[in-house]
Design a protein around this ligand. Sequence first.
Ligand code: MSK
Length: 656
Amino acid sequence: MKYQYHILNAEMPGKEDVLKMTPNPATKELIERLDKMNVETSLDRFEAQQPMCGYGLRGLCCRMCQWGPCRLSEKAPRGICGKDMNSTIMGNIVRALVAGLSGHAMHAHEVIMSIIAAADGKANLTLKGEERVWELAEKLGINTGDKELLQAAKEVALVLLQDLSRMTAEPIKLLEVFAPEERKKTWQSLGVIPRSAAYETMETLHMTTLGACSDWTALASQELRSALAYCYSTLFGSSMATEILFGIPKPKLTKVNYGIMKEDHVNILVHGHSPVMVEKILEKIATPEIQDLARQVGAKGIVIGGMCCTGDELLARYGIPTVTNILGQEFALGTGAVDAVVVDMQCVIPGMKIVADCFGTEIITTCNSNRIPGAIHIPFDVDHPETLDDDAMLVARTAVEAFAKRDRSKMHIPKEITTAMSGWSFESILEAFGGRDKLLSLIKDGTIKGIATVVGCNNPKVPYEHSQVTIARNLIEANILITTTGCCSHALLNNGLCAPEAAELAGEGLGRVCRELGIPPVLAVGGCVDNTRTLRLFIELAKAAGVDLKDMPFIFVGPEPGNEKTVGQGVSFLAHGVSNCIGYPAPIPVPIPKLKENAQSQDDLERGSNDIVDFFAGEGLYEKVGAKVYTEPYPKLAAQTVRMHIHRKRQALGWN
Ligand code: MSK
């Protein structure tokens, strides 16, 4: 690849590498087209950033105060305040984790407050996930007596809100009810049981401020504590509150990929993470008033396409087609056929507006935290939910009216349309396999060797979607069942791996089971917050097996970690004893093996090492939680690493 980074023992792609390696022909077509039109995208800006800063790449830059920035090296191993490399690196990592946590926390807050607004009669929202309300009420010990659904839902929502915000020394309630007993004991003994998302964020920022904590091991404990707050308060909180509001997804067949857009239709893309406003917009789009408006402006109908996690939410519940992910958002606009993009929160890159302006696409922002200069702003405000209907109608109208302004000379929609089966919730996965015991027996007898959750963002440091697709194809071939979420799921969906027909690409055992059940070997379980569905599945299967979760043949794979939110995803699974295989070196100095001082031969190597790498990838974390991090940027090697990990777990269990 074009850019070599010896300090990382890795390389990064230029645009030509991406064009050669990216698996979706539609993406290649759009990148080439944008290139010819001289429209700048993230691929150009990535090249403009080369070479990247070696200090930043290794987490050795400290910007926590105004004395610096301090850049640490062998020559200057401490910052001006005296902070050493270990606490600088770990401090940077834990700060990134709570930044990601804050994103999910705002998401959770919006959805939880929407339930309360619905219960109080302030928002015109009908709760569609009744079974989740009663399940949570029972688990949380809420006396439902003869309470109405709305009242019970409000009481559940208030507990979720406390889990986000508690300041007193009580644990997160969702952790108490969903975490395995064995894990709770482990976390208790490590002293990492969290209070709430808000408290752990406050504590992390406090610990990493000038003159606070300089003990990197204490920061490492805070990393685990914050990850558990992230997991049980913001992920479980968002995912379950969304299920209460909009229902638990069920499997359905649909189509995905760039080709779902139509030249003679209004094409509206929805993008972001929180589906509250978008659900209401969908309702409005279905009204005769908006359908008539579409015909009046000359369109034959309205196509809705999803991007990133808002797309995943709608795909899961309604089979609404998805188009692409975070790095594909500019390419999608390069079709020149998108009339409007309705964005809510997170992962909406500023570059998308630059492309939108080249093609006359309207951007409509709906979240006060996610403003874009030049966009039309019609926000959903949880403190004023009574205007939700009117605002959603205005968004629908504005998006449809944009059709009349489209420059038809610039249109080019790639033809790729791919079949997919969506709607994989915790419950629907178990149901599809005939219950947890049936799925467990398939794993125990080796028909399915294990489960890998292959998830996460895109990152321009690796060739777009290449690793995600290569790893997934290799794993299903090795009879490893996959669950997927977020941006990675779009790569696998568009590649056809989430279609029942992908059973033909799977190994003998997994393929046979998928064919018999009519399901795909890669199950798209939703947006990033829905990693909780996989975690629940892992917990349930370990419980059924009578085995600690850390001993099960499961793994978390993040081929393209990008957003700060992915730090918490990975560490959440680590805290549960599920190892990570990540596709690019984290911002930690990478130990490069080198020849010993008096080497007699080329094989006489010294393993490089540092405390933080030894903690994550060596014995440190493993001794605490029973999981570790593998780093492997080359996808075929990453797939082998995953297979080896699962094989070892099976051997230790005697499941051969
Ligand atoms: S959208 S957090 S880039 S998965 Fe959830 Fe994708 Fe990562 Fe955003």
